[in-house]
Design a protein around this ligand. Structure first.
Ligand code: SAH
Length: 254
């Protein structure tokens, strides 16, 4: 018996959640792959596009834990070596806060052919569907995407919030619901105008999308009253105020 030819692993981005924001290629691969390894972020509607017998949830928490990354890496290689076409499906884009880099390195180290299929990241797509541009000729010429996962007050954060406060550009925070009070306060302490507009878009592009708007000073309260919960993307900067101007128009079409 000849050994199976190693299959290809596709690292696929699902976009922010609306199935119509999947790329044509992602959609085809979801339907054709022998195995789709996904986490929860892509959402039920997208995951259900995959035949039930070819999907496996690797985001499932056993005893409160996610499947360890090393275990996912090992399974990707194992399945490909059995000759399968494998899709590793991630929310948004597979290269933005999604450990796609580690998976690529691991696959390369094991001589497994792979391809990255980019998706619409929530970092840009999330604000976009809520009517928030990330750059604007008048207000912002740069965008920085950061994780809000780390505590900015602990002094061990890999993010230089003081420096960010100085860029004058837009700041986008992913995984930034829990620590919203800390990093907004840190930015104000670092010299940012407390009146700087801020918006959070929860479950962007889903039918139950929610948006909270305010300023660095008021956004925590605004989020509480709207009931914002993860997953949500935070936009900090003058561009977050543009939404107010287009809101009437947006609502007219909703
Ligand atoms: N790879 C993903 C990001 C994964 S990190 C991407 O490119 O979008 C997980 C974070 O992404 C969440 O905490 C949240 O900040 C953001 N996120 C993902 N999907 C989202 C959505 N539909 N609406 C708002 N934020 C989302």
């Amino acid at each position: 018996m000849t050994e199976a030819t190693t299959g290809t692993v596709y690292l696929v981005g699902s976009g922010p959640g609306d199935p119509e924001l999947l790329t044509v290629k992602a959609r085809r691969l979801l339907e054709e792959a022998d195995l789709v390894m996904h986490d929860r972020l892509p959402g039920k509607e997208i995951i259900e596009l995959v035949p039930a017998d070819s999907r496996v949830d690797v985001g499932k928490r056993a005893h409160g834990d996610r499947t360890p990354q090393a275990e996912i890496n090992r399974r990707l290689v194992e399945q490909a070596q059995e000759g399968k076409t494998v899709v590793r499906l991630k929310g948004g884009d597979p290269t933005v806060f999604a450990r796609g880099g580690e998976e690529m390195t691991h696959l390369a180290d094991h001589d497994v052919p792979f391809e990255v299929v980019p998706g619409v990241t929530s970092a840009t797509g999330g604000p976009a569907v809520a009517g928030i541009p990330l750059t604007h000729r008048e207000f912002a010429s740069s965008v920085t995407i950061v994780t809000g996962h780390e505590d900015p007050t602990k002094g061990e954060s890999a993010i230089d919030w003081e420096c960010l406060a100085d860029t004058g550009g837009t700041i986008v925070v992913l995984m930034g619901v829990t620590r919203l009070p800390e990093y907004t306060a840190t930015l104000v302490e670092a010299g940012m105008d407390p009146e700087t507009p801020v918006a959070l878009v929860e479950r962007a592009s889903w039918t139950d999308q929610q948006v909270a708007t305010g300023t660095l000073e008021t956004i925590v309260e605004a989020c509480e009253s709207v009931g914002i919960e993860p997953p949500a993307v935070t936009v900090i900067g003058e561009v977050a105020g543009v939404r107010e101007d287009v809101l009437a128009w947006l609502e007219g079409y909703e």
